[in-house]
Design a protein around this ligand. Structure first.
Ligand SMILES: Nc1nc2c(ncn2[C@@H]2O[C@H](COP(=O)(O)OP(=O)(O)OP(=O)(O)O)[C@@H](O)[C@H]2O)c(=O)[nH]1
Ligand SMILES: [Mg+2]
Length: 447
């Protein structure tokens, strides 16, 4: 990689630096460095802060090979990212892999049993995981007969377990409604009354940080429900995560991502861009309207370069109209600046982007480690745009997924994806009601 057409100029802030670089060098301009200086003033004091900016265009040393096998592209992608983590400030080096030894006593939420591609570290210490396994994590089925058999077997076991627990819980209910005349169930298998059962769930739901009044209302609703489902299955039936694969979960070919600062919007977009371009072989275009921070533009540009997909920087919402009409693109993922739900001016700007882009779906990205009240506030205030999907990120960072469950139960907005770590592109899943409920009630990610 070499720099061509390098220029140096002054700007008052990051946003102006990005804009001047693009004006003078075109849309592929990259800000290479910025140095803060004080302009004017006396003896270096009382001056106005400014930036001395170096920008240029990066060019590949050798033309890229045309079509590498997918495995090689993925591995190269991972290796480049691992390398980038040391030098690139917005992709921090402390990954989720703590290097801690896992034992059977390790709480489920701390286990590292996610699907992992071979990174430079992983290849040395453990076998890499097949493409099929990764494809499965993205909602694709197993390929070989052996894999199908294993899957059928584990599906059967899961079905039997579900049936058994539902039968046990029905037994509990029956013993209560019959005024206790029924033969008491085995004490080690189930609590002896509906109230015990209810208390147990109540305790558990409060432990995972659900709101007390909501928990009581929820348990009442369950008691009054006519169907014969176990509580867990009833919860699963009550939330919406209906998508089976990455394409249906995206909900269209023009997709916009909004959300508070630092929740993982750009990382999630990079994961989805990888999934779509590497596994689905779709022509993806990344666009970013986050021109407030140099690091934000460069973060997306870095992912785009590694993936070999084009990226457009949006300075003006009207730029989106041209992008919408691009013919050779199958999927446009629009990244936006993180904004506080309390900053109404920034929210209006997002609305302008929405109107110019006319997306087919708007995914609101929320961190699973936020408090329930804050999640609620985000959804309500960002609702100045029609939110079509919810994405929960950072499920790996919390053991108490009650707020996620509570949002899922309270809103009729479908949940599209769950992200479970910093690793691009692995740490993302198409959301499923099973996963959400099992993780929430089972002690977090890893259950
Ligand atoms: N543990 C964990 N970290 C994540 C996850 N998703 C993203 N991150 C990390 O969260 C940090 C912020 O991610 P970004 O993608 O830059 O977040 P953003 O929403 O684009 O941030 P702004 O553009 O500043 O609003 C980075 O360090 C990511 O690696 C996740 O699922 N789990
Ligand atoms: Mg971002």
């Amino acid at each position: 990689m070499r720099v061509v057409q390098q220029i140096t100029f002054e700007a008052k802030d990051d946003a102006e630096a990005i804009r001047i670089a693009a004006d003078r060098l075109g849309r592929d301009a990259v800000v290479l460095s910025t140095r803060p200086v004080n302009k004017g003033g006396f003896l270096g004091l009382f001056g106005k802060p400014a930036l001395v900016v170096t920008a240029g265009i990066l060019e590949e040393d050798e033309p890229k090979k045309k079509e590498e096998p997918i495995g090689d592209r993925v591995r190269a992608f991972q290796q480049l990212l691992e390398g980038k983590r040391d030098s690139f400030p917005v992709v921090p080096s402390e990954g989720r892999s703590s290097g801690k030894k896992e034992t059977d006593d390790t709480p489920v939420g701390e286990r590292e049993d996610r699907v992992e591609l071979s990174s430079p570290v992983a290849t040395a210490s453990r076998p890499s995981v097949s493409r099929e396994k990764v494809a499965q994590a993205y909602g694709k089925g197993p390929n070989s007969v052996e894999e199908r058999d294993n899957k059928n077997l584990s599906d059967d076991v899961e079905r039997i377990q579900r049936t058994l627990s539902s039968v046990l819980e029905r037994l509990d209910r029956a013993s209560v409604s019959d005024g206790g005349t029924e033969k008491p169930p085995e004490p080690r298998l189930a609590p002896s009354s509906m109230d015990d059962c209810r208390e147990r769930w109540r305790h558990m739901l409060l432990e995972i940080d659900m709101t007390e009044s909501f928990v009581d209302a929820l348990l009442e609703r369950y008691r009054g429900s006519l169907d014969d489902l176990s509580f867990k299955d009833w919860l699963k039936e009550s939330i919406r995560a209906p998508f089976r694969d990455v394409i249906s979960a995206l909900g269209g070919s023009r997709v916009m991502f909004i959300g508070p600062t630092g929740v993982g919007k750009t990382t999630t977009i990079a994961k989805l861009a990888a999934a779509n371009s590497l596994w689905e072989d779709r022509k993806v275009l990344l666009a970013t309207a986050d021109t407030y921070r140099i690091a934000a533009v460069e973060q997306l540009r870095t992912y785009a370069k590694i993936l070999g997909v084009p990226v457009e920087v949006i300075f003006d919402p009207q730029d989106l109209k041209g992008i919408r009409e691009k013919r050779d693109v199958e999927l446009i993922l629009l990244d936006t600046a993180g904004r506080s739900q309390r900053d109404s001016r920034r929210l209006d700007e997002a609305k302008e982007l929405y109107e110019a882009f006319a997306p087919e779906s708007v995914h609101l990205v929320i961190s699973a480690s936020s408090k329930y009240r804050d999640m609620l506030d985000v959804i309500e205030r960002m609702g100045n745009m029609p939110i079509s999907h919810l994405i929960f990120t950072k499920l790996d960072e919390t053991l108490t997924l009650g707020p996620v469950l509570e949002i899922a139960l309270n809103f009729d907005i479908p949940i599209s994806f769950l992200t479970v770590g910093q690793n691009v592109p692995n740490d993302i899943e198409v959301a499923s009601t099973d996963r959400i409920v099992n993780m929430a009630l089972g002690g977090g990610y890893g259950d």
